[in-house]
Write a protein that binds this ligand. Structure first.
Ligand code: SAM
Length: 200
């Protein structure tokens, strides 16, 4: 794979592009796009008539992703600096929202999912890979900076995650894939942290 070195930092927890059923001509938004691996993969699936936008709040990630766009000459890809909680994207303009291991990092998940709802077209869909928990995490884990940075402390309990999405107005919500997440997870938490891919 041509981007193995440059665009893969190994920070994802799923493969939303493979699961999203992307079609030629669709407009895709990747939330927390990092250096762009999922954006570049999606760009091939939507083709020249489609478009993929990556949004990330970290300037260095956007800079690196932009340099890859220039280097490789992608015409249907754009990266924007911004926060998921206040997306730099027009209302009702996106066919598919994807994201890979990022929503757990958002302190205000309700605001983030409201933003996703705002930018999606009426018949749009989301395919989000993220970490959730089976049961509540111990207080000391929730308060741990390392556990936040490791995408664990901010993970919601699985049913609360699904309820949040439903309450915002999404329908046809399905967990299409669920696996135990074990990377950098302590022995006592193994089995509690799950990687899920949710469609709605
Ligand atoms: C765990 S990395 C995942 C990167 C990428 N999705 C991947 O799979 O390689 C999390 C990324 O989300 C970005 N991020 C975290 N919280 C964000 C927020 N609230 N708004 C925008 N970007 C955010 C970070 O800057 C970082 O690039």
């Amino acid at each position: 794979m041509i981007f193995q070195k440059e665009a893969v930092l190994g920070l994802g927890c799923g493969n939303p592009v493979a699961l999203a059923g992307l079609r030629q001509g669709e407009v895709v938004l990747d939330l927390g796009s990092g250096v762009g691996i999922d954006v570049f993969l999606a760009s091939k699936r939507v083709g020249e008539s489609g478009k993929v936008i990556g949004v990330d709040m970290t300037k260095d990630m956007i800079k690196k992703a932009d340099s890859l766009v220039k280097e490789r000459g992608f015409a249907n890809v754009e990266f924007r600096l911004g926060e998921i909680e206040a997306l730099p994207i027009e209302d009702n303009s996106i066919d598919v929202v994807i994201s890979n291991c990022v929503l757990n990092l958002c302190p205000d998940k309700k605001r983030a999912f409201n933003e996703i709802f705002r930018v999606l077209k009426q018949d749009g869909r989301l395919m989000i890979s993220d970490l959730v928990t089976d049961g509540e995490l111990p207080r000391e884990v929730k308060d741990s900076f390392d556990a936040w940075a490791g995408c664990i402390a901010g993970a919601l309990e699985r049913n609360n995650y699904l309820k949040l999405i439903r309450d915002i107005g999404f329908s046809e919500i399905t967990i299409v894939k669920e696996t135990p997440y074990t990377i950098d997870v302590s022995e006592e938490l193994k089995g509690t942290i799950l990687s899920i891919s949710v469609e709605a």
